[in-house]
Design a binder for this molecule. Structure first.
Ligand code: ATP
Length: 137
């Protein structure tokens, strides 16, 4: 079926994407999924990863998300993410500092499991941001 869908990516702080897309591919917790116009409605949780979409001109765009929820409707995909940035907005120096901070926390073998889990999650965010930013031309 021809036509675009509306993609909205929002975080508690801001709207990151609000535009028409030809196709949206997102990292569902049960696996990556793609949404085209006319998709059956569904709700899913999202894991940390990359949302890829083709904008109205067919240009591929990339958005880092640290996890969240997605609602797909026949003409709209809404993503509620804990944090999200477009590839072009990733601050590499910031991600490198976050990586170093998280790495030393992980290596310090924290006494509390929860500290380790938090540090590991921060490490994953930083690594994925750096990996995505490296694909910028
Ligand atoms: P940091 O320790 O640098 O804050 P973090 O992984 O803890 O990193 P998050 O909690 O995921 O950060 O995000 C907090 C806010 O900062 C969000 O608005 C997110 O989009 C933004 N943000 C975090 N890291 C970066 C980055 N490297 N480039 C651009 N924006 C970032």
């Amino acid at each position: 079926m021809a036509g675009n869908i509306k993609l909205e990516v929002v975080t508690p702080e801001k709207s990151v994407v609000s535009e028409e897309a030809q196709i949206v591919i997102a990292p569902g917790t049960l696996g990556e999924f793609g949404v085209l116009i006319g998709h059956t409605p569904f709700l899913t949780t999202l894991k940390l990863g990359i949302i890829r979409y083709k904008d109205a001109h067919g240009i591929e765009r990339f958005v880092f998300i640290s996890g969240g929820f997605a609602e797909a409707l026949p003409n709209k995909v809404t993503v509620l993410a804990q944090s999200a940035e477009r590839r072009r907005d990733i601050d590499i120096e910031r991600a490198k500092s976050a990586y170093e901070r998280a790495k030393s926390r992980v290596e310090a073998k924290p006494k509390e499991d929860i500290d380790f889990v938090r540090a590991k999650a921060a490490l994953d965010r930083a690594l994925n941001r750096l990996k995505l930013a490296e694909t910028r031309k």
